[in-house]
Design a protein around this ligand. Structure first.
Ligand SMILES: [Zn+2]
Length: 225
């Protein structure tokens, strides 16, 4: 059976009374870690101020750097720049049993977010959630595959996820079905981006449970025959 892996995210890291934004996974071994600090550095010219923190993975013992944008005007969500070596999200980091279509789009969305392309990432996450919802609906309603593939995400939720639709607030449904430009400039943008990612996490767990239940049922049927 698959194991559920925590999603890649940026986390706050405090060291010597300074705050850094790092990623929660090691770029070498991809494990979720709490790294130790080897050293910190600062670089500055007239327009750019950088802080570099050298970290060590307690698991694989490899070192890496994380670069932060230290300008005052850099918003909290723009502070993280990149890691050296570069962390890149790939298929092996995703939980199993999701479709290639989902994995491909979800990977791209995560890499976009890491690079700071938040608008494109937002689009990608919404579409990834739609693919995941449809993959699950097809597993549960195999006879309706054609209808599921060609319906829109709201119709898919209403018809095939009636036990889960209470998770989707009216506002979230609007985010999913509306033109994204409608939300681009509002202060809610990041809240909804996080909510869409949380929904993906929820449905990944739901898929895991569903697959376990289906395989238990199949085993029981086989033993009864
Ligand atoms: Zn490591």
């Amino acid at each position: 059976m698959q194991k559920h892996e925590k999603k890649l995210k940026k986390v706050q890291y405090d060291y010597e009374n300074r705050q850094y934004i790092i990623i929660n996974k090691c770029p070498h071994c991809n494990l979720e870690i709490h790294p130790t600090t080897e050293n910190t550095y600062s670089f500055e010219n007239n327009s750019i101020k950088l802080s570099v923190i050298s970290l060590t993975c307690p698991s694989c013992k490899n070192d890496y750097f994380i670069l932060n944008d230290d300008r005052i005007e850099a918003a909290a969500n723009e502070k993280y720049l990149f890691s050296v070596p570069k962390y890149s999200f790939n298929e092996s980091t995703l939980i199993k049993n999701t479709s290639n279509k989902f994995q491909n789009l979800y990977n791209q969305s995560t890499n976009c977010e890491l690079l700071g392309y938040y608008d494109i990432a937002f689009f990608g996450y919404i579409k990834s959630l739609e693919i995941l919802l449809k993959d699950i609906a097809i597993l549960e309603h195999r006879d309706s595959e054609d209808i599921i593939l060609f319906c829109n995400v709201i119709a898919c939720l209403e018809q095939f996820h009636s036990t889960n639709i209470h998770l989707f607030s009216k506002k979230l449904l609007e985010v999913l079905k509306n033109d994204y430009l409608h939300y681009q400039k509002t202060s809610d943008f990041f809240n909804y981006s996080v909510l869409v990612k949380d929904c993906i996490d929820y449905f990944l767990l739901y898929l895991e449970l569903l697959l376990k239940t289906l395989s238990l049922n199949e085993n029981r049927k086989a033993s009864e025959q």
